[in-house]
Ligand binder design. Structure first.
Ligand SMILES: Cc1cc2nc3c(=O)[nH]c(=O)nc-3n(C[C@H](O)[C@H](O)[C@H](O)COP(=O)(O)O)c2cc1C
Length: 281
């Protein structure tokens, strides 16, 4: 299959067969991640491969209500790792203070995601499916303890992988010409913005389950694999909050704007406990 075709077919997969991912495949994925672009070629990356069922279950428990983490035969925790660089610098008689510098942090996070996305693509080409689980950031303290991460190592992203049992095919996207600007930013009019998102999500006033298949497939998939009853809970919440449109669904219910901002203080503290002190003055 051509790479373009493969990329256009890729979807986040949350339903996996129990089949193991062979060790040679894990090694290949790691080699590709290790060969990804990285700012200054500094490689502030460590990957924890989690395959033992008991440890997968524990990881799944930590990230909460996402049964695919426990069910996936392989999970990779992509860590931003300044510990190794700090040690090396210290051993060489110099200090590396990346954990206090916003630019090192931002570039380091980008490095980690370059590596992770390289794995997503290679995995896809090898017949595997994968899904990112960004909520690992919210439980970084527990993850750091359980997986014995030293200070200055932050679990930035989780990627769960396995051979797909089913693949969601209805995930909507904005039209590409909404995203691509030529030579300069071409601001859309209010009407064009409304249309762009209407075209993406369709209307909300139909069967909620069907709507979730497009706009919130995680909830449908979680209910299929276990009984977290996400769909029901969200349906009730939608009524309670009188959700009228797609944007309200996202920013009043799924990611409530005020709560997301309030959460910032907790997040900064989580980073600080991991030794990252780069958000203050
Ligand atoms: C940074 C990031 C964090 C994500 N976190 C989660 C997550 O916690 N749980 C999940 O099921 N999917 C997660 N996803 C997958 C997205 O839900 C998915 O990419 C999106 O719905 C678009 O679907 P597609 O990947 O099939 O194109 C995440 C994706 C990214 C890039």
């Amino acid at each position: 299959m051509e790479l373009y075709e493969l990329l256009m077919r890729r979807r986040s997969v949350r339903n996996f067969k129990p089949d193991e991912v062979p060790e040679e495949v894990v090694a290949k994925l790691a080699a590709a991640a290790n060969n990804a672009p990285t700012g200054g070629n500094m490689q502030p990356l460590s990957i924890i491969a989690v395959r033992e069922p008991e440890r997968r279950a524990k990881l799944g428990e930590m990230v909460g209500s996402q049964p695919w983490v426990k069910n996936a035969p392989l999970s990779l925790i992509f860590c931003l790792d300044f510990w190794r660089l700090k040690k090396w610098a210290e051993l060489s008689g110099v200090s590396f203070r990346g954990n206090e510098a916003l630019s090192h942090f931002l570039i380091g996070y980008a490095d980690v995601m370059c590596a992770a996305q390289t794995v997503v693509i290679l995995a896809e080409s090898l017949g595997l499916g994968s899904v990112y689980v960004g909520t690992i950031q919210y439980v970084a303290d527990e993850v750091r303890e359980y997986f014995e991460l030293p200070p200055y190592v932050f679990p930035a992203m989780l990627l769960s992988l396995g051979y797909p049992k089913t693949v969601p095919r209805n995930v909507p996207k904005l039209a590409v010409d909404v995203v691509l600007h030529r030579e300069r930013y071409e601001a859309l009019s209010d009407e064009e913005i409304r249309k762009a998102f209407d075209d993406k999500y369709g209307s909300l006033d139909e069967n909620v389950e069907k709507y979730f298949e497009r706009a919130f497939v995680e909830a449908v998939e979680a209910d299929r694999q276990e009984t977290p009853a996400w769909v029901e809970a969200y349906r009730d919440k939608m009524k309670e909050l009188a959700i009228k449109n797609n944007a309200e669904f996202l920013f009043k219910l799924r990611y409530p704007s005020d709560r997301m901002v309030e959460f910032k203080a907790e997040e900064i503290e989580t980073f600080k406990r991991a030794g990252f002190d780069c958000f203050g003055s």
